[in-house]
Write a protein of this length. Structure first.
Length: 170
């Protein structure tokens, strides 16, 4: 198993913001919605995490947040929403937790509720491309992952205020 030390990434600045993203983020801030992020990798694990996040975000009080705008447009409404939220939900595709490792430095680890989707379904460990798994099967596995995540989030909300924001690495 290889590992890397902490590192930083220099990103070229940008002028402007996404107008649709600004309106979306402002609406979510006003409604006190909880941002939901996901792995966006092209592999089956990233696709299942992404599909599961989309399903989680259809439930109150959750909503999808754009990871790219949050990470790479620090003056955007999307970044302001994520940084100002009481908590954020991060659904990574596998044990590498790529997006979660970056997000915790933006929003604070104590605000993240972090899931490893692969640990919730334990399939396709030797498959890379999402297209190698039939679409119907991908969607069904994502639905099962989303249901487990929502159950965990609801349980944490009912246990105590501290459990509400603690990091849940599954």
């Amino acid at each position: 198993m290889k590992s890397t030390p902490d590192f930083s990434l220099e990103v070229e600045g940008v002028n402007g913001v996404c107008p649709a993203g600004e309106r979306w983020a402002q609406q979510q801030i006003e409604e006190a919605r909880i941002p939901v992020f996901s792995c966006e990798g092209p592999c089956i694990r990233g696709e299942i995490a992404r599909l599961a996040a989309n399903l989680v975000a259809t439930e109150q009080p959750y909503a999808r947040c754009c990871h790219a705008e949050t990470f790479f447009v620090p003056h955007s409404g999307m970044a302001r929403w994520a940084k100002g939220a009481e908590k954020v939900v991060m659904i990574d595709g596998c044990f590498l937790k790529c997006h979660g490792r970056a997000l915790k430095n933006l929003v604070g680890e104590e605000k993240m509720v972090h899931f490893d989707a692969l640990s919730l379904y334990k399939k396709y460990t030797d498959v890379f491309l999402m297209d190698d798994v039939p679409e119907v099967e991908r969607k069904e596995v994502a639905r099962q992952v989303a249901e487990k995540i929502l159950a965990t989030l609801r349980k944490a909300e009912n246990e105590s205020p501290e459990a509400h924001v603690q990091q849940l690495l599954l």
